[in-house]
Design a binder for this molecule. Structure first.
Ligand code: HEC
Length: 154
């Protein structure tokens, strides 16, 4: 009897030790830095701009790189921002991205331009749908990145 009770108390002790460890790990996890929705969008904005200048210069290798950077950021939003209501709408960007991928594969400047317009319109459709209609994305006039060459390497 005494032995049984003792073992039972030991079990309770180790269970509460484990529970304390779980609690402190959960607190640590909750305080771990993860990029916010806006951080991903800022990155997408930069790659959206670079993608344009790569395409304009028929630098298909760079364009391919940039469109994949956008795709990675979209996947990261789905993974790290899944609790945000807006994330449910992110899939609308896939068809224009597919279209751009096609244009790049075919090295087709006209298809690239049309797909890019579609992509940009989709950025804005989502902003409209998420009460961010004031946040208007457009085709860039000039590259903000004067330290990057967009022409293909000879
Ligand atoms: C889910 C639909 C959705 C799509 C698709 C989308 N956005 Fe956004 N965008 C958002 C949301 C939500 C925010 C606000 C994020 C926040 O809470 O900080 C945002 C914010 C932004 C911002 C504001 C960042 C700032 O600090 O000024 C930019 C720029 C931006 N998006 C660019 C783009 C571009 C470029 C595309 C298309 C390639 C795009 N977005 C597609 C939902 C979307």
């Amino acid at each position: 009897m005494t032995f049984g009770l003792c073992a039972c108390n030991q079990q309770t002790d180790s269970t509460s030790v484990l529970q304390n460890r779980i609690d402190s790990l959960e607190i640590k996890l909750a305080n771990t830095y993860k990029p916010g929705f806006g951080d991903f969008m800022g990155s997408i904005q930069a790659h959206h701009s670079k993608l344009w200048f790569a395409g304009q210069n028929e630098n298909w290798e760079l364009a391919d790189f940039e469109v994949h950077e956008i795709m990675e950021a979209i996947e990261a939003i789905q993974k790290f921002q899944s609790e945000r209501e807006e994330s449910k709408l992110i899939g609308m960007i896939n068809p224009p991205l597919d279209s751009i991928n096609n244009a790049i594969e075919q090295k087709n400047s006209i298809l690239f331009k049309n797909s890019y317009i579609l992509l940009t319109n989709t950025c804005n459709s989502c902003h409209e749908a998420t009460d961010l209609g004031f946040n208007v994305v457009k085709i860039p006039d000039s590259s903000p990145f004067s330290n990057q060459e967009f022409k293909p390497k000879e």
